[in-house]
Design a binder for this molecule. Sequence first.
Ligand SMILES: N[C@@H](CCC(=O)N[C@@H](CS)C(=O)NCC(=O)O)C(=O)O
Length: 78
Amino acid sequence: MYKLYTYPSCPYCEKVRSSFSEMGVEFEEIDATRGTPGSDELVNLGGKQQVPFLVDEANNVQMYESDEIIKYAREHSE
Ligand SMILES: N[C@@H](CCC(=O)N[C@@H](CS)C(=O)NCC(=O)O)C(=O)O
């Protein structure tokens, strides 16, 4: 299952959330608000504090940028 690092009020995160919901893509959401463990994880994995950030562990893929994330999920869902 995908992991998606987000902020609760980030519009780019909301765009990804609603696209995933439309596509029926399941994902675990991790709050990466500054000062949280999710924020530390995000920076350790991706190298910078920016959300949304997608991790597809099964395929060893990680990416920032909401449009890229949506495109990736679309191309990898049926
Ligand atoms: N072009 C990016 C923009 C993402 C973006 O600006 N995210 C903001 C939150 S809405 C962010 O991570 N800011 C960095 C910070 O909080 O330090 C995308 O479409 O994903």
